[in-house]
Design a protein. Structure first.
Length: 317
């Protein structure tokens, strides 16, 4: 198990290193001169030259990359070009909002997708199977922005049950926080629930047709106990899919937070791109990539815990 963990950690660090290079080069490939953005209304050459020298924009790209990485590992992502606030401070303020939204969306996805997948597999060919499959197809097909606008129209404008937009911190008013996060969490969690439903159904059907289940059935094991044992062996697939879908939740949060005007990480990236705020774009995307790599590392370790054969194979190779 120790060898397996070391291999996965090294692979995660290598992935993060490559991602940092891609982010660094990608930001510098954006059209426009960062010096012009920093200069504001002043466009004289002396001001632009001073700005390029101050921020190291005239240095070779390897030097710029080394300076950026050496500062980033210390938590220093530079200053926002818009309001001169440290990027790390902006990230610390915005990240908890997106984490809360993502956690709520995962809860919604698990609460809907896993039970629906179990019901669909156990009642294969029945009304529950067709209903769950239809709902899963609906969840996969409907775009987040359309579902978000429809939810606002129905629950905020027509029924007036929930606020249409805005955000209130959980420490400030927990009840109001929940009221304002319900619609975004349901909209974001719908697609996840559809994916989890289909994967749970497929994995559970495969386990229910396995030899050990047929043997247990022939010995008189009850149906609930049979499903319980098969479900446990199906969790490895569900955990893997859930980890991979967290990346999709982050990208979906960009649209959802914009629709519901939630000051989270997704909206921060959108606003930074529109304002050509390069330090914020660079820091936010790098933190997002680091979070995604960390999530996948945790998924690998969880998968190995649930499936001992995997860690034995990983150690031997």
């Amino acid at each position: 198990m120790g060898v397996f963990i070391v291999r996965r950690v090294l692979a995660a660090l290598l992935t993060l290193f490559i991602a940092s290079i891609v982010v660094f080069l990608g930001v510098r490939a954006l059209p426009g001169d960062p010096a012009l953005v920093l200069a504001g209304e002043s466009t004289d050459e002396a001001t632009l030259a001073a700005i390029r020298e101050q921020f190291g924009l005239d240095d070779p790209l390897p030097v710029q990359y080394w300076n950026y990485v050496s500062q980033a590992v210390q938590g220093n992502f530079g200053l926002s070009t818009r309001d001169r606030i440290p990027v790390a401070q902006i990230i610390i303020e915005r990240l908890p909002v997106t984490i809360e939204l993502t956690v709520l969306a995962v809860i919604v996805g698990l609460a809907i997708g896993v039970p629906a997948g179990i019901a669909s597999a156990v009642r294969r060919g029945g009304p529950a199977d067709y209903a769950a499959t239809g709902l899963g197809l609906f969840g996969l097909s409907v775009p987040h922005f359309w579902l978000g606008l429809l939810a606002i129209l129905v629950f905020s404008v027509t029924l007036r049950w929930l606020p249409a937009s805005g955000f209130v911190g959980i420490a400030e008013d927990p009840l109001e926080n929940v009221r304002r996060m319900v619609l975004p969490a349901v909209v974001l969690g719908t697609g996840l629930s559809a994916v989890l439903m289909r994967q749970t159904r497929s994995a559970l059907l495969g386990q229910l047709s396995a030899d050990y289940v047929r043997t247990a059935r022939s010995k008189g094991v009850s149906r609930p106990r049979e499903v319980r044992h098969a479900l446990r062996n199906s969790l490895t697939t569900v955990v893997t899919v859930l980890g991979l879908q967290l990346g999709a939740l982050i990208s979906g949060a960009v649209v959802t937070e914009t629709i519901f005007v939630i000051p989270g990480f997704g909206k921060l990236i959108v606003d930074a791109v529109l304002a050509r705020n390069y330090p914020v774009i660079q820091g936010a995307v790098l933190v997002t990539v680091a979070g995604y790599v960390l999530i996948n590392l945790l998924v690998d370790l969880t998968y190995a815990y649930l499936n001992p054969r995997l860690r034995l194979t990983g150690a031997s190779t």
